[in-house]
Design a protein around this ligand. Structure first.
Ligand SMILES: Cc1cc2nc3c(=O)[nH]c(=O)nc-3n(C[C@H](O)[C@H](O)[C@H](O)COP(=O)(O)O)c2cc1C
Length: 460
C-alpha cells in the first residue's frame, strides 16, 4: 500500500447475466460483444477485471422479464430490455474457472428462494472458489416474480424485510454448522470429522424452520461476504444489521456525503463497527484519451437509448403498469404507497417537488434507461480519477460499483486508463495482497457464531 494513502478504494464491477449491461442501450452499441449466452463472454470480462486488480465482479438478478408495462413481454423481447436473465451463480463459476483472485458476487432473493438452498449454494461456491464469493441479499420487487413462483402478488415492502431478517438468521445459522477445524480426515483411525464441532440449528421462526446441520464445511474466508442495497429506512436498517458491503445509489457528491454518513450512523446504531462495513455507490464511467474523446463516447452511448427502455424498467421496479395511464395524471397517495421501490419513489417526490408525481415525473426525474440515470464520471484518466478521489476522500464512499455503458469496452477502458492513474495516487492496489474476497475488502475472517455476538443480532 502507498504510504500516502493507506486507505484504498474497493472496486466492484456491476455485472448482469443478460443481453445488456444494466444500461439497456448497451446491447445496441456498435462496440458491444453479443456472445452473452456463452461462458467466454463472462470469462473475457473476468480476466480484464482481474488484470485491473478489482475486488469483485458482482451480478444483480431479477426473477422475471420486465413484462409489467402493457402487461406483456412483447416490447421487452422485441427491444431487448433485459429480456434475457440467466442464473448468476452458474455464470459466477464460469468466471471463477478463468481467474484465481477476483471476488465474485451473485444476487439471490430472500422472498423466492429457501434459506437452506441459498446457504448450501453459496457455501459450496465459496469452497469451489477458495473463499472468493459474496451473496447480494435482495427481497425482490414485483408481481411478475411472484407469478413465476406461483404466488398471487409480491409481498408488501416492509414485510419482505421482516421475512428477510429471519432468512438471514437461518442462512448464517446454517453456515455456523461446521466450526473451523471440524474436518479431521484421518483414514487410519476412521475419524472423518469431530461431531462436537458440527452443530444442528433447530431454527423455528415465524416464516422459516430449519434443522441443520448444513452438510458443507466452512470456507477459506469463513463464510461468504454479505452484500445489500437497501435504501429506504427499513432497507437501510436491514443492510446495516447484516451486510459487509452496502451498495448505494446517489446522484452527487453532496447527496453521497449525507447518505454515506446516514449509513455509517445506522451501522453504529446496529452496534456494529462502521469501519467493518463498506459503502460503495454505483457510478457509470466514460474515459477517453482526451476530454473530447470521452464526450464523444458518452454521446454515442446516449444515442443507443430508446424510450421503451425507461418505461419498461420503471414499471418493473415500481410494480405499476404505466401503459394505460395518461402521461401527466398524478398518482394518488394510495397508488404511491403501493409502489415497490420506496427510495426511488421518494427521490422522484423530492426532486420534482410534487407530492403526487405523474408518469412524466418518474421518467424525467429518474432518467431510467438513459445515461442520465445516476452519476457519470466522464473525461480523461486524470479527470475521472479526480472525481473518484473527491468522492472517496470527501466522505462519500469506500469504493465504487462500476456500471458499464457497453460490454466489455467500458471495463477494458477503465482497466487500461483509470486503474494506472489510481495506482499512481496510491488509491488502488498494485497487487493482490490476499487470496479471499474478505482479504481484498480488508474485512475480518468471521468465526462460526461471531454474528450472534455483535450488535442487535446478539439478542438471538
Ligand atoms: C447497486 C445496486 C444493485 C442492486 N441489485 C439488485 C438486484 O440485483 N435485484 C433486486 O431485486 N434489487 C436490486 N437492487 C435494489 C435494492 O435491493 C433495493 O431494493 C433498492 O435499493 C431499494 O431499496 P429499498 O428496498 O430499501 O426500498 C440494487 C440496488 C443497487 C443500488
Amino acid at each position: 500500500m502507498s504510504p500516502r494513502n493507506p486507505r484504498q478504494m474497493s472496486l466492484i464491477a456491476f455485472m448482469q447475466a443478460q443481453n445488456c449491461s444494466n444500461y439497456v442501450g448497451s446491447w445496441r452499441h456498435p462496440a458491444s460483444m453479443s456472445d452473452f449466452t456463452t461462458p467466454e463472454y463472462y470469462q473475457r470480462i473476468a480476466r480484464t477485471l482481474e488484470d485491473g486488480l478489482f475486488d469483485m465482479a458482482f451480478f444483480d438478478d431479477r426473477l422475471a422479464m420486465p413484462d409489467i408495462y402493457g402487461n406483456s413481454h412483447r416490447e421487452t423481447v422485441e427491444h431487448g430490455v433485459r429480456a434475457v436473465k440467466m442464473d448468476p451463480s452458474t455464470i459466477l463459476m464460469a468466471m471463477a474457472c478463468a481467474t484465481t483472485r477476483l471476488g465474485l458476487g451473485a444476487t439471490y432473493s430472500t422472498t423466492y428462494y429457501e434459506p437452506f438452498h441459498v446457504a448450501r449454494l453459496f457455501a459450496t461456491l465459496d469452497l469451489m472458489t477458495k473463499g472468493r464469493v459474496a451473496w447480494n441479499v435482495v427481497t425482490s420487487l414485483n408481481d411478475s416474480e411472484a407469478h413465476n413462483f406461483g404466488r398471487e402478488e409480491h409481498l408488501e415492502h416492509d414485510l419482505r424485510y421482516d421475512r428477510a431478517d429471519e432468512f438471514m438468521e437461518v442462512v448464517l445459522g446454517l453456515w455456523d454448522s461446521w466450526e473451523d477445524g471440524a474436518l479431521i480426515v484421518d483414514k487410519a483411525n476412521d475419524r472423518f470429522a469431530d461431531p462436537d464441532k458440527v452443530h444442528r440449528l433447530d431454527y423455528v421462526g415465524k416464516y422459516f424452520k430449519s434443522k441443520g446441520p448444513l452438510p458443507v464445511p466452512r470456507s477459506a474466508q469463513g463464510n461468504p461476504v454479505i452484500l445489500q442495497a437497501g435504501a429506504s429506512g427499513r432497507g437501510m436498517s436491514f443492510a446495516s444489521r447484516w451486510s459487509d458491503l452496502v451498495f448505494a445509489a446517489y446522484p452527487t457528491l453532496e447527496a453521497g456525503r449525507k447518505t454515506y454518513a446516514a449509513f455509517k450512523k445506522s451501522i453504529a446504531e446496529a452496534e456494529r463497527d462502521p469501519d467493518e462495513v463498506k459503502v460503495a455507490p454505483a457510478v457509470k464511467f466514460v474515459v477517453g484519451e482526451s476530454e473530447q474523446q470521452a464526450q464523444d463516447k458518452l454521446a454515442l452511448a446516449a444515442s443507443t437509448a430508446r424510450p421503451i427502455d425507461g418505461l419498461a424498467l420503471l414499471c418493473e421496479v415500481l410494480n405499476v403498469d404505466f401503459a394505460a395511464r395518461p402521461y401527466d395524471k398524478p398518482f394518488t397517495d394510495e397508488e404511491l404507497a403501493a409502489q415497490s421501490w420506496h427510495s426511488l419513489r421518494d427521490r422522484v417526490i423530492a426532486v420534482s417537488g410534487k407530492k403526487n408525481p405523474s408518469v412524466r415525473d418518474f421518467v424525467e426525474v429518474s432518467g431510467r434507461g438513459t445515461v442520465d440515470e445516476g452519476p457519470n464520471f466522464v473525461g480523461t484518466p486524470t479527470q475521472v480519477a479526480d472525481q473518484m478521489e473527491a468522492w472517496f476522500t470527501g466522505g462519500a464512499c469506500d469504493g465504487f460499483v462500476i456500471q458499464a455503458l457497453h460490454v466489455p469496452g467500458s471495463y477494458e477502458d477503465f482497466v487500461r486508463l483509470v486503474v494506472p492513474e489510481l495506482q499512481r495516487r496510491g488509491l488502488h492496489r498494485t497487487a493482490y495482497s490476499g487470496n479471499t474476497l474478505r482479504e481484498h475488502l480488508g474485512l475480518k475472517r468471521p468465526q462460526a457464531r461471531d454474528w450472534r455476538r455483535v450488535g442487535k443480532a446478539g439478542t438471538l
